[in-house]
Design a protein around this ligand. Structure first.
Ligand code: NAI
Ligand code: MG
Length: 489
């Protein structure tokens, strides 16, 4: 199937460049801005207001006022209706949003459009659940009535990364709104455009001004100011382990609850009795989808020695056919998001070559792409489990294959890292697969499939991969406090 290609001329309207605070577009008090780059061309895409302590304070105060103002009077069903309306508005403008996303982070338009469908599904799931979050009655005996009420936690902070810019906004903001909270969003400095456009659509959908605010800027100033603001009552963050630790420390000072999703190094275990065709197909998407910039990517391929060669031959044959190019050209893979990310991925590939691992495919720059942060789909095999390639999150289109002989060996390698986000196992023996599911240290285990789930299924990590769960009904409970009411008769 040939995909349609796009150009800048397909963009309708201007690129957003200001904060959206209390229902208005505003610049920073000191006039500071930063540039967002098109990673396909390395050219400046837009100049965007750079927020700091002052802008965050205005945004959080607007949210706080609204938390105790008009917004409180919307019933859960009415909140749901607004979120449904928002989904309709975004769906109607999916192409505009997708082009923003593609220009900002480089992903192919077809992927951006897929992400937008996910955003709408997330909004609608949470919209429908808004009036279905129930408390309980507690049996204290004949002389008492005791029940719980669920209340919004208050102003919530949403610090999001750049790999799925609007998808990550929707994942935490939709349940927060369903729960009746107000929100302040700090998009990643690499990808502010869709979050800003989203905030304006919230206003058009009918959310009162101040319920949804977006302050663009960098982590160390805008992000840190949001975490430490005394009126913020809950923090949700997706990003690196290192930044997650900082946010957790900051939250501890204010005794604020957090949800942290911090990435992984996810083992895909392929047993000798697996459906190799399916496993190789899934590994292609699992390792190279979104150019590998996915927290739940299949970033460690653990292959039974007896099928390793056949599996890698199938994977390499497919990966060699992947097309790489500008997001607007709708190839299979776009560039990496930034020069920093490019340098990081390049350094892993270069170190991998020296570590004794065998380069099976790629490793260089795709031919004909001299500007832009492009990396060829790359496969390393025979990787030493103690090397950086095998232990660290690369976040690029680099498949890393290790081998094992026994189930116990596979499990030991899989569980041998600090991460615990996702693990997967491919086997036709369901009892064997379920034994792995029991023993794997991960927040999610996938059997005979990869990227299984959706907005209904809770996701999150154990160990250093994070704290708390998002999606599903647990995703909404993050934004509700339980109040217990006890009555003596
Ligand atoms: P990061 O964790 O530093 O950035 C994520 C978000 O946190 C951005 O909005 C950033 O502005 C904000 N932030 C940074 N420092 C902050 C602070 N001190 N206080 C408050 N907010 C702060 O991730 P970065 O530097 O963009 O990427 C580094 C690596 O992190 C990647 O190579 C990848 O391995 C991993 N990563 C994982 C993601 C995931 O989905 N779990 C998403 C993005 C990155
Ligand atoms: Mg960073």
């Amino acid at each position: 199937m040939t995909m349609r290609t796009y150009s800048r001329a397909d963009l309708v309207g201007p690129l957003p460049g200001l904060h959206f605070i209390d229902g208005r577009w505003v610049g920073s008090g000191d006039g500071r801005t930063f540039e967002t780059i098109d990673p396909s061309t390395e050219a400046v895409l837009a100049s965007v207001a750079r927020g700091g302590v002052r802008e965050m304070d205005v945004a959080v105060n607007a949210a706080h006022r609204e938390q105790h103002g008009d917004w409180r009077n919307f019933s859960p069903a009415q909140r749901g209706q607004l979120i449904f309306k928002l989904a309709d508005l975004i769906e109607a403008e999916a192409e505009r949003f997708a082009l923003f996303e593609t220009l900002d982070v480089g992903k192919p338009v077809k992927e951006s459009l897929g992400d937008l469908r996910g955003v709408c599904a997330t909004l609608r799931y949470n919209a429908g659940a808004a009036d279905k979050m129930e408390g309980s009655t507690i049996p204290l005996g004949r002389d008492f009535v005791d029940f719980t009420m669920l209340e919004p936690v208050g102003v919530t902070a949403h610090i999001v990364p750049w790999n799925y810019p609007l998808g990550m906004v929707a994942r935490s903001v939709a349940p927060a709104l369903a729960a009746g909270c107000t929100v302040v969003i700090k998009p990643a400095e690499q990808s502010p455009l869709t979050a800003l456009a989203f905030a304006e659509l919230c206003q058009r959908a009918g959310f009162p001004d101040g319920v949804v605010n977006v302050v663009a800027g960098f982590g160390e100033d805008a992000g840190a100011a949001l975490v430490s603001h005394p009126l913020v009552r809950g923090i949700t963050f997706t990003g690196s382990v290192e930044t997650g630790r900082k946010i957790y420390s900051g939250a501890a000072q204010g005794l604020k609850p957090v949800v942290l999703e911090l990435g992984g190094k996810n083992p895909m275990i392929v047993m000798e009795d697996a459906d190799l065709e399916r496993a190789a197909f899934d590994a292609l998407d699992g390792a190279f989808g979104n150019s590998g910039q996915v927290c739940s990517s299949s970033s460690r391929l653990l292959l039974h020695r007896s099928i390793q060669e056949e599996f890698l031959a199938r994977l390499a044959e497919r990966a060699a056919k992947l097309t790489v190019g500008k997001g607007l050209d709708n190839c299979d893979l776009g560039p990496l998001v930034s020069s920093e990310q490019y340098a990081k991925v390049r350094s892993y590939i270069d170190a991998g070559g020296k570590s004794g691992a065998k380069l099976r495919l790629g490793g260089g720059r795709p031919r004909g792409l001299d500007v832009g942060y492009f990396v060829e789909p790359t496969i390393f095999e025979g990787v030493d489990p103690t090397s950086a390639l095998a232990r660290e999150e690369i976040f690029g289109p680099v498949a890393v294959a290790l081998s094992f002989g026994t189930d116990a060996e596979a499990l030991a390698i899989a569980n041998g890292l600090g991460f615990g986000l996702v693990a997967g196992v491919y086997s036709r023996d369901i009892s064997r697969a379920l034994t792995f599911a029991r023993d794997l240290e991960a927040g999610s285990v996938w059997i005979n499939g990869w990227f299984i789930g959706g907005v209904q299924a809770p996701t999150g990590g154990i160990k250093e991969s994070g704290v708390g769960r998002e999606r599903g009904l647990p995703g909404i409970r993050n934004y509700l406090n339980i109040k217990n009411i006890g009555i003596r008769l």
